[in-house]
Design a protein around this ligand. Structure first.
Ligand code: B12
Ligand code: SF4
Ligand code: SF4
Length: 382
């Protein structure tokens, strides 16, 4: 290994990254081809930023012209497993238990760049990225040797599993590249079989239109009616295809970054009634502004919690759902509250739905109320 490469490894580890690899800043051909097929099949769903040209998303030099190498970094976010549900709470995917990782990782990347410049004694033109970047990060990281592609499409490291974030520094230095990551799922197909919505259409191909992670985080509209029951108790994100993975079961390593621990952010569960009570953007910002949950926005998170309440038949949530149905300024929230009330049933739910049917002005919402009343009539009235 060259001296510079060794120094990068050392500095990256000092900065807290467990995985370090380097690849040249050239086109990611195989990843680009897979992305093209994924886009053409409509699997990018409503993510406009994932429908950008393949040439852009698969070429690091489009992000920084002077880039010669990509330093790919991995850091475990694994905060442990979900404790038992305290009773009718909504589940949060592990990557989102703590502080907003974009901010936290960016801070460390800037620190790493500064240390690198210090050590080299010259200015390094570098850009730091994680997640919110028009680049196929998994493909770059695989080529830099951080891991191999699992059938769930996640990048898996043989020693650490897949509960890690990927980040990168694009630098104008020619650095000796690493060998691409290798590994295999063997005959395993647990993730494909366990996915609640059948979103893994082929090995390594996730249809975002069906993925709970997409539906509860990136999706800005309604959760399709037929998929709502399959969301189960996931209020934000989904870990199913990772938690069944033997690599994670055997090798997941707890994160050493305190910012990713349950105490630093929303933690493993959300109290549904509490979330349904968040009535303004300010309140939402105060409660979740420093966490990844901010991505779903107030409307999105309340929508998700309505669906979980309906799935768990959470009678204690009825008053909060009735308030949402009557008073929430968002039709998206009112419509999902109606659905939940239809699922839970009972007299109070029925009365609220009937009265809302007379005053609701939004067409989609009114349709949700009517369908909820039908569900309520079908024997669920208490
Ligand atoms: C859009 C997006 C999503 C979408 C779509 C996910 C998807 N699978 O496409 C949604 C919202 C559903 C999502 C969900 C999640 N995401 Co996301 N997401 C992204 C984002 C922004 C782009 C991904 C993308 O380009 N998708 C398009 C497809 C075509 O590309 P791909 O998934 O990367 O798949 C490539 C490889 O898997 C490879 N490939 C797959 N199979 C095979 C097989 C062979 C033989 C070969 C050669 C290659 C290969 O080809 C594909 C093209 O490069 C990246 C950040 C980034 N800029 O890259 C984060 C990212 C992929 N997400 C991440 C995380 C943590 C998650 C979740 C775990 C969050 C959660 N718990 O809810 C889930 C996991 C769901 C899953 N099974 O993928 C991490 C993954 C880290 C890792 N170790 O893999 C990333 C890298 C963010 C980061 N910087 O850490 N995500
Ligand atoms: S994140 Fe959940 S819904 Fe999405 S592919 Fe994995 S198991 Fe399926
Ligand atoms: S669960 Fe099995 S098939 Fe899926 S990614 Fe893990 S090892 Fe591969």
């Amino acid at each position: 290994m060259s001296e510079v490469r060794e120094m990068i490894e050392e500095l990256a580890r000092e900065a807290g990254f467990e995985l370090v690899g380097v690849t040249r800043a050239g086109r990611l051909e195989e990843g680009g081809e897979r992305l093209r097929r994924w886009q053409e099949a409509g699997m990018a769903a409503g993510m406009g930023y994932m429908r950008r040209p393949v040439e852009l998303l698969s070429d690091p030099r489009r992000l920084q012209k002077s880039a010669r190498s990509v330093i790919s970094l991995g850091v475990s976010y694994y905060p442990g497993d979900h404790p038992e549900n305290p009773g009718g709470w909504g589940k949060v995917a592990r990557y989102a238990w703590g502080e907003d990782y974009h901010r936290v990782i960016k801070g460390r990347l800037f620190g790493l760049r500064a240390r690198l410049e210090e050590a080299l004694g010259c200015r390094v033109k570098a850009r730091a990225f994680t997640d919110a970047v028009p680049l196929l990060e998994r493909s770059a990281a695989q080529r830099a040797g951080l891991g191999f592609f699992g059938r769930n499409s996640c990048l898996i490291n043989g020693e650490m599993g897949s509960y890690f974030f990927i980040a990168e520094l694009l630098v104008d230095l020619e650095i000796e590249p690493d060998e691409p990551g290798e590994g295999t799922c063997g005959r395993c197909r647990r993730c494909i079989d366990a996915c609640p919505t059948g979103a893994i259409k082929a090995p390594g191909v996730v249809d975002a239109r069906l993925c709970i992670s997409y539906l509860t985080i990136e999706n800005r509209g309604e959760i399709p009616r037929e998929l709502r029951p399959k969301i189960g108790e996931w209020a934000f994100g989904c870990d199913v295809c990772q938690q069944v993975c033997p690599y994670n079961r055997r090798k997941a390593k707890r994160s050493r970054w305190p910012e990713f621990s349950a105490g630093a952010g929303a933690g493993p569960y959300l109290k549904i009634i509490e979330v349904l009570g968040i009535q303004s953007e300010e309140e939402f910002g105060r409660r979740f502004g420093h966490t990844p949950l901010t991505r779903a926005g107030r409307e999105g998170l309340l929508r998700n919690c309505c669906v979980v309440a309906g799935n768990l038949k959470l009678t204690e949530a009825v008053p909060a759902l009735v308030r949402c149905l009557r008073e929430d300024g968002s039709a998206l929230v009112r419509g999902h509250a109606a659905w939940a009330l239809g699922e839970i049933g009972g007299k109070e739910a029925g009365e609220a739905l009937r009265s809302a049917a007379e005053t609701e002005e939004d067409g989609w919402c009114l349709q949700e109320i009517r369908l909820a009343l039908e569900a309520n009539r079908e024997g669920r009235v208490g």
